[in-house]
Design a protein around this ligand. Structure first.
Ligand SMILES: Cc1ncc(COP(=O)(O)O)c(C=O)c1O
Ligand SMILES: [Zn+2]
Length: 429
């Protein structure tokens, strides 16, 4: 049976716990994080045959999800669980124009030769995923939990009519993913965005009927992102943390793994079971941790190369401290992670989180895979943003090409690196 264990205080939550967002000992600073421990599930042969070729990753890999254990612990059969997944996907499709479908993974020869990588560059293209980025994967496992817990009568509200609002803080892709999923199931949502957020994002959020709140930095604010402060206030008042940050909602790290499971199967189909690196752009850190863990669980070994920009690199700072230190990690939270002191700046503005909220999950993967953190100078961020569309035809945002920026940096500094994986995510808006 799977379980959730707090990395900071070692509290264990059984997998049948409803709404297991945060450690019960967390006192408002979010310096606890529940990490998922899984064990393989046995499933019936009939259902295994039925789902093995399904194109929806949440169905195809359903028995690997913590959600699967949750609903089974409450008595659902395999068939009931798969039916619920399919029904929700129909609702997502109706609003998003696509449901969750395995996204393409291709070998990018022109990209490899333009950068000078001595090996193949595989690129997974997430720009066609629900809401145009991988973010919806993180949120979908939270949504599935909410829907199941509500159907099972495990929640403190009576039903759809008196659902508490969802809440998220984000400046772009995550906000749009959250608003899309919320609209699909007609769940009210508050989105807390920075003062400077772009018009297209706001228009999209409005068209999805999200309630949008701009959050200027207030003189009374503690250090850190003002959108995060407003979001936490809403959660303290009863909203549901519909977050892509593990310390806010542990379940985002469940569905995030689907991207790694998919990539692993796609690579293994090509005969690739080990890579010289998986280059993952890091903002809040959930993406890198989920991708790396999913790859490992899918049987592909690859050092995690976590990429940050020179304009905001709190994970790089933390990892260099960890290498020099014999301290614990999550138990010594603020010795490793605190808000970036300068004003974060980069063209890759979606990864300017001033704290790497999921640094503990990232550290776990960096250690497991013998990975490292690369800080890309801004010139490489800019170069990647123009090279990727040219060489691959994928128009991802500069945030979504920032992993490639790290590959450019690394190739220059270390020479060719061998076969690698990058993820292009976030359509240009
Ligand atoms: C396109 C894209 N790639 C990667 C990331 C990084 O994800 P995370 O914040 O989980 O590190 C983001 C985050 O906003 C993103 O929008
Ligand atoms: Zn704890």
């Amino acid at each position: 049976m799977s379980l959730l264990r707090c990395a900071a205080c070692h509290e264990v939550l059984a997998i049948d716990t409803p709404l297991p967002w945060r450690c019960p000992h967390e006192l408002g600073d979010r310096h606890h994080v529940l990490l998922l421990e899984t064990s393989p599930n046995t499933i019936g042969a009939d259902i295994a045959r039925e789902i093995e070729s399904d194109q929806n990753p949440f169905v195809r890999y359903a028995p690997r999800l913590a959600w699967w254990d949750f609903v089974h612990a409450h008595g659902w059969s395999d068939v009931e669980a798969v039916d619920a997944l399919r029904l929700t996907d129909e609702k997502v499709t109706a609003v998003a124009g696509t449901g969750f479908r395995i996204t393409p993974l291709t070998e990018e020869i022109a990209l490899s030769s333009a950068i000078g990588v001595k090996g193949r560059v595989f690129a997974k293209n997430e720009s066609g995923n629900v809401a145009g980025s991988h973010k919806a994967r993180h949120l979908h496992s939270i949504l599935l939990h909410l829907l199941a817990a509500e159907a099972l009568g495990l929640v403190p509200w009576r039903g759809p009519a008196d659902r508490p609002s969802l809440a998220i803080s984000s400046c772009g892709n995550a906000a749009i993913a959250a608003a899309t999923l919320a609209a699909a199931v007609e769940w009210p949502i508050d989105v807390f965005i920075p003062e400077w957020a772009g018009g297209v994002v706001v228009d999209t959020l409005n068209s999805l009927s999200a309630r949008v709140t701009r959050c200027p930095r207030l003189d009374s604010d503690p250090p850190g992102d003002p959108t995060v402060h407003r979001f936490r206030t809403a959660v303290a008042a009863g909203s549901i943390p519909f977050s892509v940050q593990g310390p806010e909602n542990a379940l985002c790290l469940d569905g995030g793994r689907t991207i790694g499971w998919e990539a692993a199967e796609q690579l293994r189909d090509r005969g690739v079971s080990s890579l010289a690196g998986v280059y993952a752009q890091v903002g809040g850190g959930a993406f890198a941790a989920s991708l790396s863990r999913g790859l490992g669980e899918g049987g592909v070994s690859a050092p995690l190369v976590a990429v940050q920009t020179a304009g905001c690199a709190p994970l790089a700072r933390a990892w260099s401290l960890a290498n020099d230190s014999s301290q614990g990690w999550a138990t010594d939270w603020t010795n490793f992670m605190w808000p970036w002191e300068q004003e974060p700046v980069s063209l890759a503005d979606g990864i300017l989180d001033d704290e790497t909220y999921d640094w503990v999950a990232d550290f776990t993967e960096l250690r497991r895979t013998h990975g490292r953190v690369v800080v890309a100078p801004e010139a490489d961020v800019i170069a990647a943003a123009s090279l990727v569309p040219q060489a691959t035809g994928v128009s991802a945002s500069p945030t979504g090409t920032a992993g490639v920026a790290g590959l450019i940096t690394d190739t220059r500094e270390r020479g060719g690196v061998g076969d690698v994986l990058v993820v292009l995510s976030g359509i240009l808006r």
